[in-house]
Design a protein around this ligand. Structure first.
Ligand SMILES: Cc1ncc(COP(=O)(O)O)c(C=O)c1O
Length: 439
C-alpha cells in the first residue's frame, strides 16, 4: 500500500470534511502552512498535552504546536483555568490589570522593553516596528536578512501583489557573513531606518549564526547609529525566558514578541525604549486638552483579554527546570534523528536549537537561504506523511518542528522509533526518486 493510500484509508472523515472545505476556501483550508498534506489535511478534533486526535479517532504526537505558541503543549491546565476565569469576567474592550501585569513581565525579561504595545499578530508587530523607525528617522529603507521571515505584511513579505515600491525599500543582507553585512550597511547607512534580525532563521531550520556574528552585527549597527530590531516572535520565551537576546547576549533597540506571548491565543508585541515608543503615546498633559500620538496603535483586538490571560499563565510557568527539560528533549530528538540517518546511510541535515528541530534531505550543510536549493522537498513530504501514518505530526512542507514541555523522554523515544521504521521502509523509494541521498 502506498503512503497516500494508507493515509486515505486511515482518515476517511478528514477526506469528507475537506470536500466541504474546498467549497468555501481556496484549496480547501485557510492557512497555507498547513495546506501541504496530500491529498487533504488531517482534521483534528481534540488535543491534550503533546497529543492530538483526529476526527477519525487516530492519535498523534504533535510536533507542530501551532508552529511555536504552544510551548507548554495543548490545553495546559493553568492556562485553561486562567482563560476560564477571564471568560467569566471580560473578554475585550476595556483596560484591565492583567495587561499591565503581562507587560511588566516582558519588561523584566527583555532589557530594551521599557515600553511596549500589543497587537494580535506577529505580522502586525513587525510592520509596526518598521513603521516606528521610518517615522522617527524619516528614512524609508530597512535592511533584513535574505531568507528571513517577518510575517505577512506588505512591508516585509513581498509576495505577488505587493507593490514593487515596497521591494525597493529593502536591502537584503547575507546571514552569518559579517563582511558582506558590513559592506552593505556602509553602502546604505544614510538611507537605513533600521536593521531587522530573525536570530535563528526559521526557514533555515532555526540554525543559529556564529556567536561572533551577533556581536559584530550589534557593534556595526551601533557604530553607524542604525537601530537593531530583533524579531523574537518564535525565539522569544523559547530559547530562554529572555529569548535569543538572553541566549546569545545581544541587546536589541527594539524587539517583537508573539506566539508564546499569547499562550496559544493571538497576541504579539513590539517594544523599545521610552523615548522611541513615545511616538505611539499621547503626550503627558495636566489638562483634558491632550495631544494625540504621532502614530496611533489602532486595532480592535490589540488587547484581547483571553490572550493576555493565557500569555500570563504561560509565562508564569517558565521555570529553569522547564528550560532544562526542553533542551534535553530537543537534544535527544536532534541527536536521535542524526543517528538514524547515519545508520541508514541517508544524507540529511538535522538542524535546530533548544526545543526546535528541522530535517532537510540534502547531503550539503545548511548555511544560508541558498542552501535550500539543494533540499529534496518530495522526500521530506513522503517522510512527514509516512510518519503521520504512524502517529507523529512534524512540520509540514519542511517547516520547523517544535517540542513542547508536555513531552516526556518516552514520547521522544516513541517518535524516534517511528522515524526509524518509517525511514527503513522508505529506503527503496528514496533509492528510486533521489538516489544521491543514499550514501
Ligand atoms: C520570525 C517570525 N516573525 C514574524 C512572524 C509572523 O507572526 P504571525 O504569524 O503571528 O503574524 C512569524 C510567524 O511565523 C515568524 O516566525
Amino acid at each position: 500500500m502506498s503512503i497516500v493510500e494508507d493515509y486515505v484509508r486511515r482518515t476517511p472523515t478528514s477526506g469528507k470534511l475537506h470536500e466541504r472545505g474546498r467549497k468555501v476556501f481556496p484549496g480547501g483550508y485557510t492557512r497555507s502552512t498547513i495546506l501541504v498534506d496530500y491529498p487533504y489535511p488531517t482534521y483534528i478534533q481534540r488535543a491534550l498535552g503533546c497529543r492530538v486526535w483526529d476526527v477519525d479517532g487516530n492519535e498523534y504526537i504533535d510536533y507542530i504546536n501551532n508552529y511555536g505558541p504552544l510551548l507548554l503543549g495543548h490545553n495546559n491546565p493553568a492556562v485553561v483555568e486562567a482563560v476560564k476565569q477571564q471568560l467569566e469576567t471580560i473578554w475585550s474592550g476595556a483596560v484591565t490589570e492583567t495587561e499591565v501585569k503581562l507587560a511588566e513581565k516582558v519588561k523584566e525579561l527583555y532589557p530594551c522593553a521599557e515600553r511596549m504595545l500589543f497587537c494580535p499578530t506577529g505580522s502586525e508587530a513587525c510592520m509596526k516596528a518598521v513603521r516606528t523607525y521610518r517615522a522617527i528617522s524619516g528614512k524609508e529603507k530597512i535592511a533584513m536578512f535574505k531568507g528571513a521571515y517577518h510575517g505577512s505584511s506588505d512591508s516585509l513579505s513581498f509576495q505577488e501583489g505587493t507593490p514593487t515600491d515596497f521591494l525597493s525599500k529593502v536591502v537584503l543582507l547575507p546571514y552569518d557573513e559579517i563582511e558582506g553585512v558590513e559592506r552593505l550597511i556602509e553602502l546604505y547607512k544614510d538611507e537605513l531606518a533600521a536593521v531587522l534580525l530573525e536570530p535563528t532563521m526559521g526557514r533555515m531550520g532555526h540554525k543559529p549564526a556564529h556567536p561572533d556574528f551577533y556581536k559584530a552585527l550589534r557593534e556595526i549597527t551601533r557604530k553607524k547609529g542604525i537601530p537593531l530590531v530583533i524579531d523574537e516572535i518564535v525565539d522569544g520565551f523559547r530559547l530562554a525566558p529572555g529569548g535569543a537576546q538572553q541566549r546569545f547576549g545581544i541587546q536589541a533597540d527594539m524587539t517583537m514578541l508573539g506566539k508564546v506571548l499569547g499562550g496559544g491565543f493571538p497576541l504579539a508585541a513590539f517594544a523599545s525604549s521610552e523615548e522611541v515608543m513615545s511616538i505611539w503615546g499621547i503626550q503627558e498633559s495636566t489638562s483634558l486638552d491632550i495631544v494625540g500620538p504621532r502614530i496611533a496603535n489602532t486595532g480592535t483586538f490589540n488587547d484581547t483579554k483571553i490572550s493576555i490571560a493565557a500569555g500570563l499563565a504561560t509565562i508564569e510557568q517558565l521555570t529553569p527546570d522547564l528550560y532544562k527539560h526542553l533542551e534535553k528533549i530537543g537534544d535527544e530528538m536532534r541527536g536521535g534523528m542524526k543517528k538514524i540517518f547515519s545508520g541508514l546511510r541517508i544524507k540529511a541535515q538535522v538542524t535546530g536549537i533548544s526545543s526546535m528541530f528541522s530535517i532537510f534531505f540534502t547531503g550539503k550543510p545548511i548555511v544560508n537561504s541558498d542552501s535550500m536549493v539543494h533540499v529534496n522537498k518530495l522526500v521530506y513530504r513522503c517522510f512527514a506523511m509516512s510518519l503521520l501514518n504512524k502517529g507523529v505530526i512534524i512540520g509540514k512542507g519542511g517547516n520547523p518542528s517544535f517540542c513542547s514541555a508536555a513531552m516526556t523522554e518516552e514520547d521522544i523515544k516513541q517518535t524516534l522509533k517511528a522515524a526509524e521504521e518509517t525511514l527503513s521502509e522508505m529506503l527503496p523509494l528514496i533509492k528510486e526518486i533521489a538516489p544521491t541521498l543514499i550514501d
